[in-house]
Design a protein around this ligand. Structure first.
Ligand code: PPE
Length: 308
């Protein structure tokens, strides 16, 4: 999706113009994927833009950095403030927010530990990852021939830039085969997630989603949906799922910051249940959108208001 430039990007502690946010070609992360990042959204509310679960995203950013032994040169609070400031200064009502911590230039070779650590926060307008119309109509998906990288290969629980080549392979395979999205299985053959989303199935009125141990990201939208579903009175089971659990589902949906709560209408050419936005998915989706837009007091603590 082409990016529409905004005014400012936060880089290493200060704001620079969009076109000046440049790096050297010998940036370590460019060669070896040695970066960690987050994807966050700010939504329009009656009180101005609000960032959804900002502290949880920044906590996960630091967890990812910890795994890769990257010392983030800013505090947790400074990264939170950097996100707030970058949303504010660009004057967008709603946007996607991309904090990045990466190994910079000055060292080559696989030992990353002597390379400097740089940070940035960029924001841009981003429609739903699978298309706004997919939120109603549902996306199509294909089980990938590529497996999700394992806990002992590239741990899927941390958002490392380099790990996303795994997702890229599956995404391209799915798109070229005519599907909107890929679904990964792990090395044991159980469902993990999409290329940039967690996955849920609804069957007989209960929700099912792979456990984190299957090898999926500890998605913040996943966690929000589990909370919302239980608040609405649904049972949620985190359990290993076979691909047939998806084919047999009454409803299925992806969750993610970029993809939000997006129904899946077809998996491997098999229509899923109601072929679109099923009733339970719809209820969860609309509660989720109520929460992110500040219209549901139960979830007020999930929002950070940028102008307050
Ligand atoms: N699994 C993966 C592999 C993943 O990348 C994401 C986020 C999720 C699950 C959902 O996590 P959460 O956003 O916390 O609910 N994927 C990001 C996509 C980034 C991209 O550039 O593509 C996102 O949604 O921001």
């Amino acid at each position: 999706m082409p990016l529409a430039p905004v005014d400012k990007i936060w880089m290493d502690g200060g704001l620079v113009d969009w076109e000046d946010a440049r790096i050297h070609v010998l940036t370590h992360a460019l060669h070896y994927g040695t970066g960690v990042f987050e994807g966050i959204r700010a939504y329009e509310t009656k009180r101005g833009p609000a960032v959804f679960r900002l502290t949880d995203h920044i906590r996960r950013l630091f967890r990812s950095a910890h795994l890769y032994q990257i010392d983030v040169p800013h505090s947790n609070e400074e990264m939170i403030q950097a996100c707030v400031e970058t949303v504010k200064v660009n004057g967008l009502k709603a946007c996607y927010i991309r904090p990045l911590v990466y190994r910079g230039s000055g060292e080559m070779g696989l030992n990353p530990l002597n390379a400097p650590v740089n940070t940035s926060v960029a924001v841009w307008s981003w429609e739903n990852y699978l298309g706004e119309e997919a939120l109603e109509r549902g996306a199509t998906a294909k089980i990938s021939s590529w497996k999700r990288s394992d806990h002992n290969i590239i741990p899927p629980g941390a958002k490392a830039t380099g790990g996303y080549v795994n997702s890229g392979l599956a995404k391209v395979e799915a798109l070229k085969a005519g599907y909107d999205e890929a679904i990964f299985l792990n090395m044991a053959g159980y469902v993990t997630d999409g290329t940039g989303e967690n996955i849920f199935a609804v069957r007989d009125g209960a929700l099912h989603t792979p456990p984190l141990s299957a090898g999926c990201l500890d998605g913040i939208t996943r966690d929000s949906v589990i909370t919302i579903a239980r608040d609405l009175g649904y049972e949620v089971h985190e359990r290993n799922m076979a691909r047939t659990d998806l084919y047999f589902a009454d409803e299925a949906f992806f969750t993610g910051t970029a993809a939000e709560v997006c129904p899946i209408r077809e998996i491997d050419d098999r229509v899923v249940g109601s072929n679109g936005l099923g009733p339970i998915t719809k209820e969860i989706q609309s509660t989720f959108f109520g929460a992110v837009h500040g219209d549901d007091d139960r979830y007020a603590s999930w929002l950070t208001f940028v102008n307050e």
